[in-house]
Design a binder for this molecule. Structure first.
Ligand code: P6P
Length: 347
């Protein structure tokens, strides 16, 4: 720079530097490395961000696109009615990883078996587990939805194509996160070095760093649960709800989409619960691509996630689409829920 050229003033320099802290750069910063592995993980996160951009764009105009909303008439492996947006978003995640050399397998809520990308498999040792459109029932009424993802390293050759190596505890995850499609599109992720949030700047077409090393408060006012299931729960969960009804300082918030409810609690503190019921003792949420990635994040943010009797990150699934009860959020609030379970277990 010559004498006559003046450096940008500090404010503008800071703003420029902040806007240049894209997701791919942030991953490399977190890993303190430019190695091949670091570049792969950085590229993988960029592909997830690309999927988020495609989905955000589709959601923002879905009401205007012929045939974008509504049901396909099919049912998925969960037995749930499939929405056209479920199919679209599931395919987006597959498409962004084709010809990438990064991800060999994708396991999705929307697919009975893992989907293989053979062109990637010899070199791509990552597996993406994802719920492409979490809370899709909110789509038709323009309420927030999300995508949840979990990243694992493939172990062994998976020669029989059954991906048995995925049936391991959540502590095997190498990264996890979600994309929240709300008033703004936010990507929250961790690769084991804290929880970080990025906001999509549509004018740049980039996710820009918004907050680093997010820590959940040890306690918060929010309890988030579908009280419509009250009489379906075990007695200790009913005891907990009776407690918060009778004590000051609690507020109920439930949006019907795990990603939005989780995001609120991550920032404000509190607890989200999806307990088992008499009909579904394992609860509704799927372990590998809903509960486990959220548990990975919450532990990185200083919170906890449990089934009520076992840390979510230690649960070993028997099948890809295994479900688990989920109690997740601030340490003190999760511990309070557990205290009611432990009290009943002692009886
Ligand atoms: P319910 C969405 O279908 C989902 O999987 C989660 O995102 C959400 O937390 C839960 O189910 C809502 O379930 O039974 O309260 O409608």
């Amino acid at each position: 720079m010559t004498d006559t050229e003046q450096p940008l003033d500090l404010t503008r320099q800071y703003a420029l530097d902040r806007d240049c802290t894209t997701l791919s750069r942030h991953v490399l910063q977190q890993l303190h490395s430019f190695s091949g592995d670091a570049q792969d993980l950085s590229a993988l996160m960029s592909r997830i961000a690309l999927a988020g951009k495609f989905i955000a764009r589709r959601l923002s105009s879905a009401g205007l696109i012929e045939d974008a909303l509504g049901f396909t008439g099919q049912r998925n492996v969960q037995g749930e009615a499939v929405k056209k947006m479920d199919v679209y978003t599931n395919q987006v995640f597959i498409s962004v990883f084709e010809q990438s050399g990064l991800v060999c397998r994708l396991a999705s809520e929307e697919m009975d078996k893992p989907y293989y990308l053979p062109e990637n498999c010899p070199v791509g040792r990552y597996t993406l587990l994802y719920d492409p459109l979490d809370g899709s029932s909110n789509v038709d009424v323009n309420l927030n939805v999300g995508s949840i993802f979990s990243i694992r390293k493939q172990e062994g050759e998976d020669l029989d194509g059954t991906a048995q190596d995925l049936l391991q505890a959540g502590r095997k995850q190498v990264g996890a996160g979600y994309i929240l499609y709300g008033p703004s599109t936010i990507l929250v992720y961790s690769i084991g070095t804290g929880v970080h949030a990025f906001i999509l700047d549509p004018s740049l077409g980039e996710f820009i760093l918004a907050q680093e090393n997010i820590q959940i408060p040890d306690h918060g006012p929010v309890y988030s649960v579908n009280e419509g299931n009250f009489w379906q729960w075990e007695e200790p969960l009913r005891d907990y709800i009776r407690y918060v009804h009778r004590h000051e300082g609690y507020t109920a918030r439930y949006g019907g989409a795990l990603v939005g409810d989780f995001h609120r609690i991550l920032f404000q503190g509190g607890v989200f619960l999806y307990p088992g019921t008499i009909k579904q003792p394992e609860g509704k949420l799927r372990l590998l691509y809903e509960s486990a990635p959220m548990a990975y994040l919450i532990e990185q943010a200083g919170g906890r996630a449990t089934t009520g009797r076992l840390e979510i990150m230690d649960v070993i699934p028997e099948k890809i689409h295994a479900r688990s009860p989920l109690i997740i959020g601030s340490r003190d609030d999760v511990a309070l829920v557990e205290s009611f379970i432990q009290e009943r277990d002692r009886e």
